[in-house]
Design a protein around this ligand. Structure first.
Ligand code: COA
Length: 178
């Protein structure tokens, strides 16, 4: 299934291409990401390829969810995912989640580069004004990546306060044209 409301979306950064994830991206390798150490920070863990396909399929037709596969622009390798869920038009914002599943790519600036390109796209194409996220206090890698991307600690209207969870926000501002 390759259609859906976001089928034509392409977000490009220097080293990566982002496009909506489809069921054909659901491979044993992608499923294997959930057995890695970093996956302990991911809320939902599929038990099988069928489960993971259902998770992807359930999000593919939603206008309030944009679920993107991150690929190396050079090789096409699927290295992680970036998800906006939900996109709330009334609040002009979205909740961001990111999972770099290929551990060889950790610490190489994938998060900062892809969050930056996505933030710019969301502002320019959808006119969104805010990105929000929740992160566990002890996820230092994620906190550092988010701070580097410009997120600051702030309450989020869509994430209830919970012990051990920090909420962060990034204001999206129009880019000046050269
Ligand atoms: C957290 C995660 C998204 C970071 O992605 P990344 O592409 O490795 O991050 P970047 O390379 O852009 O790193 C940004 C900063 O964080 C730092 N960083 C990366 N991994 C780190 C670690 N394990 N400990 C401390 N800092 C770390 C980087 O050094 C960099 O800072 P610097 O430029 O000052 O050195 C990735 O590790 C991941 O997907 N982890 C598993 C899932 C997860 O935790 N998702 C977030 C849930 S809220």
């Amino acid at each position: 299934m390759t259609g859906g409301p976001w089928a034509d979306v392409r977000i490009r950064s220097t080293r990566f291409d982002l496009r909506p994830i489809t069921e054909t991206d659901v491979t044993p390798r992608y499923l294997g990401w959930f057995a890695s150490r970093g996956a302990s920070n991911i809320t939902q863990h599929p038990a099988s390829l069928d489960d993971l396909r259902t998770y992807v399929r359930d999000r593919s037709d939603r206008t309030d969810i944009l679920f993107l596969a991150i690929r190396s622009a050079d090789t096409g390798q699927h290295i992680g995912n970036l998800k906006l869920e939900p996109i709330d038009r009334a609040l002009s914002g979205a909740i961001l989640g990111i999972f770099i599943g290929e551990e060889a790519w950790h610490g190489k600036g994938v998060a900062t580069e892809t969050i930056g390109a996505t933030a710019q796209w969301l502002q320019a194409e959808l006119g969104l004004r805010h990105l929000w996220l929740g992160v566990t206090e002890d996820n230092h890698a994620a906190r550092r990546a988010y701070e580097k991307s410009g997120f600051v600690l702030a309450p989020c209207p869509l994430i209830p306060a919970r012990p051990g969870i920090l909420t962060m926000a990034l204001d999206l501002v129009p880019q000046k044209r050269a």
